[in-house]
Design a protein around this ligand. Structure first.
Ligand code: THU
Length: 136
């Protein structure tokens, strides 16, 4: 049930993607430890490099609001907003997840619809990642 709610939140956010250059819409829905959900969309830029991914949009919204504990993220996306394939998170977004999430338990859910999804732990997507504890 919780997974279906999160998938729907990501799908609902998809039309808000600001993608005048790639036309590749991405949306994410991030579940916080307290049960709240933050969505994010990709926001592109005429200078290209300032573009921010949907996953980081969601994380930075939540972190700005004081959230520090996260359970799962749903990601969906595709050309012209069509969810024909899974949209895996880029390496930079995986690293941002690594900053705030337990790699063994944080779930990354790639969704095409309520029925079609694949679920991974962050550890599966970013093995032997560099995290805050490495600076201790
Ligand atoms: N994008 C995301 O939003 N998340 C990802 O993890 C992969 C890529 C966006 C960035 C850019 O706006 C578009 O998809 C094409 O790369």
């Amino acid at each position: 049930m919780e997974r279906q709610t999160l998938i729907q939140a990501a799908i609902d956010a998809l039309p808000g993607a600001y993608v005048p250059y790639s036309h590749f819409h991405v949306a994410a829905a991030l579940l916080c430890g307290d049960g709240t959900i933050y969505t994010g969309i990709n926001i592109e830029n005429a200078a290209y490099t300032p573009t921010v991914c949907a996953e980081r949009s969601a994380f930075f919204r939540a972190v700005n609001e004081g959230k520090r504990h996260f359970e799962a993220i749903v990601i969906c996306g595709g050309k012209d907003g069509m969810l024909t394939d899974y949209c895996p998170p880029c390496g930079v977004c995986r690293q941002v997840m690594r900053e705030f999430c337990d790699p063994a338990t944080f779930r990354v859910i790639l969704a095409k619809s309520q029925e079609e999804y694949r679920e991974f732990t962050l550890e599966q997507l970013l093995p032997m990642g560099f995290g805050p504890e490495d600076l201790q």
